[in-house]
Design a protein around this ligand. Structure first.
Ligand SMILES: [Zn+2]
Length: 388
């Protein structure tokens, strides 16, 4: 992503002075003087927290010779063998170096050429993550230092989603706890928060050739995170006035994924055999769901994208049609009144948007994505509803 975000992370853990005797200035000059392979050889003898380490971590993104001289292996070694102090993680500089290796491979389109480097990094997942998990307390401080640490870890995990083997490891409860923690505890004002939120969105929705998230991933998340603290943190974040539109859009997607998947799970269990006693709970859940979805779509800076995302990635249409069926079997409502939870308005909006898209001279940017998503969802629901 944008390079200015990366430099925000680094600038506040380096000395900002420009004096000749500053160890950071000395280290920087040393890195400039050395050939990349000599700098990498020297790095192997440096402690993870030394100014030389952060200076090498900074330059690896601008010159492929560092990564091809094995700099990532040295960073992994530093993380695996170092020791954090009570208030400072030893892995902070090396993970920025690893992030720069990942992002420079991505941005230069050299995944094939650098496949061995990526493979090495993926197989070092535990070596990198175990020390971070051991230092969980160093990921709790509020404020910019804590925010940057949490978001650097989140950004690192985003890269590990690209590999099927390490992707599976992200769904272990200890890692899910880390993922949700980095998201919930980061200030909405942090410009880096987008990484933590994107990670939650990706973990709750990413499909690849090995499939989507494991079926019980929500249970695993709620085993490690209290629902009440999740709700109160999310409310706090959504009230923030200084969030960028990009971040807010992602926040809403993260929240929508968690809610819709939870509602889908509830429906699946209730559909089997709905006892009278459970029916009330189901109707309430449907009402909350419709309320939330309408709000999410209406308040999002990009409601259309959110709707497409929900249609493609969640059980939204299943939940909505269940609400619709329940309402049509229930007692009639007074004329002119509207009962939340029957999703009548939702389907009406879905229909109106389709008609609007077809008739408009100036189609919306997401028109075809929306059209495809709505048609696929409705066809799928039609098939399951009409099949005896
Ligand atoms: Zn200084």
């Amino acid at each position: 992503m944008a390079t200015n975000r990366d430099s925000i992370a680094m600038s506040d853990i380096e000395c900002p002075c420009i004096r000749d005797i500053c160890p950071f200035i000395i280290a920087e000059r040393k890195v400039t003087r050395l050939q990349p392979r000599h700098a990498v050889a020297l790095l192997a003898k440096e402690p993870a927290t030394s100014p030389f380490t952060i200076k090498v971590a900074n330059v690896v993104s601008s010159d492929p010779r560092y990564r091809r001289a094995g700099v990532a292996k040295i960073f992994v070694q530093q993380i695996a063998s170092g020791q954090s102090t009570e208030d400072r993680p030893h892995w902070e500089f090396p993970i920025l170096g690893i992030l720069n290796v990942f992002s420079s491979i991505h941005s230069s389109g050299s995944k094939v050429q650098d496949a061995a480097i990526l493979k090495d990094l993926y197989s070092s997942f535990s070596k990198i993550l175990d020390p971070i998990l051991r230092d969980f307390h160093l990921l709790t401080p509020s404020g910019q230092y804590g925010d940057n640490r949490r978001c650097a870890v989140a950004r690192l995990l985003l890269f590990f989603l690209d590999d099927p083997m390490t992707k599976r490891k992200l769904y272990e409860e200890k890692i899910l706890r880390l993922i949700v923690h980095c998201w919930l505890e980061t200030s909405p004002e942090s410009s880096m928060r987008i990484y933590a939120t994107s990670l939650v969105v990706e973990v709750t929705s990413r499909e690849d050739k090995t499939g989507g998230p494991p079926p019980d991933y929500l249970e695993r998340i709620f085993n490690v995170v209290k629902k009440s603290s999740l709700v109160s943190r999310v409310n706090f974040v959504l009230k923030s006035k200084s969030m960028t539109e990009e971040t807010l859009g992602q926040e809403i997607a993260a929240l929508a994924n968690l809610t819709m998947q939870a509602a889908g799970a509830l429906l699946r269990s209730l559909k089997k055999d709905v006892h009278h006693s459970e029916l009330r709970g189901l109707i309430d859940a449907l009402a909350h769901c419709e309320d939330l979805i309408q709000n999410l779509i209406a308040k999002s800076p990009n409601g259309m994208n959110i709707l497409v995302h929900l249609l493609v990635n969640t059980r939204l249409v299943d939940v909505a049609s269940e609400g619709f069926k329940k309402a049509s079997r229930g007692p009639p409502t007074e004329p002119g009144t509207y009962r939340v939870g029957c999703f009548y308005q939702f389907f009406e909006n879905l229909y109106n948007s389709l008609v609007l898209v077809q008739n408009s001279d100036c189609p919306l940017e997401v028109a075809s994505a929306y059209f495809d998503a709505a048609r696929a969802s409705i066809e799928r629901m039609g098939a399951t509803t009409l099949t005896p």
